[in-house]
Every structure is written in C-alpha cells, then in structure tokens.
Design a protein around this ligand. Structure first.
Ligand code: GLN
Length: 287
C-alpha cells in the first residue's frame, strides 16, 4: 500500500480528479505539473515514486491541479512551453506556441540552408517570440526584428530572448507595432515570418475551453480573416527586398486563395504548403 503523500498516490489521485472534470490528457497533465513543481524531469517521477511530498509541495500541487481542472492550460500553469530547440516563457498575454508553428520554423531553416548571405528578418505578431528567437538561435548572423501590437507580449518576447540567447539578445530588435504601422518605413526585409491571428470569430463556439477562457483572443480571432490577411500580405510585399520571402501560418481554407491572389497581385512565386496533418497550413511567397 502506497503512502497517501507519495508521488505515485498523488499522481493517481490527481489523474482521477482531472478525469472526472473531463480533462482529456489527465495523466500526462498530472505528471507535467508535478514534475515541474518538483523540478524533476517527468521520467524521474517514476524513479522517485515513493518519495513523499511536504505539506507545502502538496498544497502547491493541489492548487495547480485545481487550476487545470478549470481548463487552465498546463503551459500557463508552469509558465513555460517547449518549442523547437528551446523552452519559452509563456503567460496569458501570449499564445502558447503550437507544433504547426514549429513546422514553419523548420521549413524556413531548411529553405535557407544553402543561403549564406546574412538575412534581415521580421517576425510579425511575434507573441512569445517563438518564431524569431528560434530562427536567430539557428542562424546567429541573421538580423532579427520581433514585432507585436501588444506591449505585454513584447515584454514576454524580450524575456525569452534574454533567456534563450543571452549573448545575442542585444542584437535583436523589438518593435511595438500594429502590423506594419510603426515599423520604420525605410526598413526592408529579406524574410518576413508570421503566425498572425487567423481564426474566424464564428469558429469560437467549436473551440476548447482551454483556448477560449485563457488564451489571448487578440492573437487568435478575426471578424474577417480573409480581408485582414489579404491586407497583411499586400503590406508585407512592399516591405520585402526584391526576391525576399514571406512565410505565414494560416487558415487551411484560405491558404490556396491567398496564394492565388498574391500571384495575381504581382508576387513572383507562391505556394501552399501542408502541415504534418495534411492541412493547407502555410503560405510561402517570393517577391
Ligand atoms: N508568433 C507567436 C506564435 O506563433 C504568436 C502568434 C500570435 O500571437 N498570433 O505562437
């Protein structure tokens, strides 16, 4: 019989509680929240399964499990999320980085592999900074600018740059800007990467409470995504150097039409790329 305060008993109890509250990944979340609290790797929980939690640890864990039972995302409870080759700070002023966005970063890094020229790069709607900081980490000689309309988001991106790129963070620029509005007009980019808001407001009802109740709606929803994204693409073109590239994560139902329109509007090349689940997730354009 396990002691009721042991890691194993508390995990089981938390898992059961979260299941009762219909949290889909109950066991995994119970493990992540405990491992993070105890500063252990998740696998290490099982090596230490008989370890007893102190009163303080138990209370802190209970609080975390209660938060999760109210659909608060695990990443906001631990304050971090692994993305590409780093772990990013997150909070409710930034979107929790998604695996699709890791695919976007990977694509860019592969596409620019052979390109030795130093690139000037803009990560538009940077949020946590996950795209731009991951690119800078992979290509230290790139000149990276992160922009966001939200001051709180930009503060989080700054913290992430300091943590992930302590040596290079001073060479990263941060700009508070509503899309291109406050980006100095003389700045020209070789690459613009963006994961802008793209979900139609009307899809709100179909989404998980985790997202709706906690993630920033500003980073997710638009009244009219088509109109917004068309405008964004158009403005991006005027800020790119000749031959410059534009990479955007977007709504699969819009990606093909956005590419077709971009070509009609003078972009030299354009293609839709699929994500790992086979959806038309990315728009890739060349000026
Ligand atoms: N660039 C961030 C991300 O990809 C934030 C995107 C956003 O706020 N729409 O997660």
């Amino acid at each position: 019989m396990q002691h009721p305060d042991s890691i194993l008993s508390l995990l089981k109890k938390s898992e059961d509680f979260l299941k009762k509250k219909e949290i889909p990944s109950a066991r995994l979340d119970a493990e992540i929240l405990l491992a993070d609290l105890l500063n252990l790797q998740r696998v290490k929980l099982y090596v230490n399964f008989e370890r007893l939690l102190t009163e303080t640890e138990k209370n802190a864990y209970r609080e975390r499990i209660v938060d999760r039972s109210k659909n608060k995302p695990t990443a906001y409870i631990t304050g971090q999320k692994a993305f590409y080759n780093s772990v990013f700070f997150v909070n409710e002023s930034v979107l929790i980085p998604r695996p699709e966005t890791e695919e976007l970063v990977e694509k860019i890094i592969l596409d620019f592999k052979e390109n030795e020229k130093e690139q000037t790069v803009l990560d538009l709607c940077t949020g946590s900074g996950c795209i731009g900081i991951s690119l800078k980490l992979a290509r230290k000689d790139w000149n990276v600018i992160l922009s966001d309309v939200s001051e709180e988001a930009l503060a989080t991106a700054r913290k992430n740059a300091e943590k992930i790129l302590p040596e290079e963070n001073e060479s990263i620029q941060f700009l508070e800007s509503d899309l291109f509005a406050s980006i100095p007009s003389e700045l020209r980019f070789d690459l613009i990467a963006t994961n802008p808001p793209y979900i139609p407001l009307t899809d709100k009802e179909t989404m998980m409470k985790d997202v709706i109740d906690y993630e920033p709606h500003l980073a997710l929803f638009l009244e009219n995504p088509k109109e917004f994204l068309t405008r964004l693409i158009d403005k991006a073109r005027s800020r790119l150097n000749e031959g410059g590239r534009f990479y955007m994560e977007t709504l699969p139902s819009l990606a093909p039409v956005l590419v077709a329109e971009a070509i009609a509007n003078g972009w030299k090349e354009g293609k839709v790329e699929k994500d790992l689940s086979g959806k038309d997730r990315f728009v890739v354009l060349t000026r």
